[in-house]
Design a protein around this ligand. Structure first.
Ligand code: NAP
Ligand code: ZN
Length: 352
């Protein structure tokens, strides 16, 4: 298949810093769209992948799955978009389209495995997929999102992962006016969870380890902040929440949070992927019909609904703009929970 070269930023190994490199993109096929990338958000998953935290990273690794840009080319059979339109690409760029999950617009649970925007298996070029830390991307139009025109484009980028990953469980567990929702961890996902839950009418509480984030959380729309290391504060919210969205990226004891669920409440894990060393204490679950669940990103239809909801309600992340060349420092700051609350790369810095 014919391809062309673009500049990108990626890691050559798990110990390596990200540096400038060249990667291949396929020439547009009949259903493809070529996007000139303007902004790309920085997700903690980018760091996990670049550093092989989850195993299975294929190098070189070019992360980035919060992509917005302008369409520069469309294939002859493309119907949804035209050259010059704004477009977004999130965490998925392909799926089988035939299995029971895909047929229900749940491509993120594709039974044959979805193709991740990075570190996936590229069906066309014999290589891993490369993400948005690059000049251009070529994607099947089915996996391309429309961007509401009224929103500030650079701030839209994080909606494509942080937004949809928190929106999907809020919708699945039917959060509505008056629901009691809690969020664990105030980072990229956590701050979007607060804004979106509040947008749906919920009363939102933040669990955080960081007392210096209390005022921010209240400004973002939280009703209350509980510092998770203060026993008296944890005690005061026992049996309270209908839904807890836990965004913490590393192994941690979830039992203290499970007991803050109301009867029939659910704690949904979206952050840490791996074995939990502390184990789950079942009495709290059994005696309160409480659920511990998980959720991954969201489907394309649901992502469009989330973007349209954000357009209507003017909901956007708090962002800090960085240059592509600052990515390694940004990762170090992310590890120290020093992100307020999402880094977005101005991709012009890669082109200059
Ligand atoms: P982030 O911006 O780094 O935020 C994570 C927050 O968690 C931090 O700000 C901090 O909040 C808290 N935290 C960090 N380390 C902690 C620790 N050791 N113990 C307790 N709390 C800790 O990360 P993010 O981009 O929001 O991503 C969060 C996680 O979700 C990552 O693991 C990412 O890979 C994953 N993710 C999953 C999906 C999915 O589909 N399920 C999608 C995207 C990302 P406080 O300072 O408030 O405590
Ligand atoms: Zn992400």
């Amino acid at each position: 298949m014919s391809s062309f070269n673009v500049k990108a930023y990626g890691a050559a190994s798990k110990e390596a810093e990200l540096v400038e490199m060249q990667i291949d993109r396929r020439e547009v096929k009949p259903f493809d769209i070529e996007i000139d990338i303007l902004y790309c958000g920085v997700c903690h998953s980018d760091l996990h992948t670049a550093r092989n935290d989850w195993g299975g990273t294929r190098y070189p690794s070019v992360p980035g799955h919060e992509i917005v840009g302008r369409i520069t080319k469309v294939g002859e059979d493309v119907t949804k978009f035209k050259v010059g339109d704004l477009a977004g690409v999130g965490c998925l760029v392909d799926s089988c389209q035939e299995c029971a999950s895909c047929k229900q617009d749940l491509e993120q649970y594709c039974l044959n495995g979805f193709t991740g925007t990075y570190n996936g298996e590229d069906k066309y070029l014999n290589q891993q997929t490369f993400g948005g830390y690059s000049e251009k991307v070529v994607v099947d139009e089915k996996f391309v999102l429309s961007i509401p025109e009224n929103l500030d484009l650079k701030a839209v980028a994080p909606l494509l992962c942080a937004g949809i990953t928190t929106w999907s469980p809020l919708k699945h567990w039917n959060v509505k006016e008056g629901s009691k929702v809690a969020v664990v961890g105030l980072g990229g996902l956590g701050h979007m969870a607060i804004k979106l839950a509040k947008g749906l009418g919920a009363e939102v509480t933040l669990f955080s380890r960081s007392p210096d984030k209390i005022q921010d959380a209240l400004d973002l729309g939280a009703h209350k902040v509980v510092i998770s290391t203060y026993d008296n504060e944890m005690e005061a919210v026992q049996g309270t929440f209908d839904l807890i969205i836990d965004t913490v990226p590393y192994d941690h004891d979830i039992n203290p949070y499970v007991s803050t669920l109301n009867i029939n409440g659910t704690l949904v894990l979206v952050g840490y992927i791996g074995k939990m060393e502390d184990g789950l204490a079942t009495p709290t679950m059994i005696l309160g019909r409480r659920t511990v669940a998980g959720s991954v990103i969201g489907g394309i239809k649901e992502t469009q609904e989330m973007l349209d909801f954000c357009g209507e309600h003017n909901i956007l992340p708090e962002i800090e703009m960085i240059k592509m060349q600052d990515i390694n420092t940004a990762y170090e700051r992310m590890l120290k929970s020093d992100v307020r609350y999402r880094f977005v790369i101005d991709m012009q810095s890669l082109k200059d």
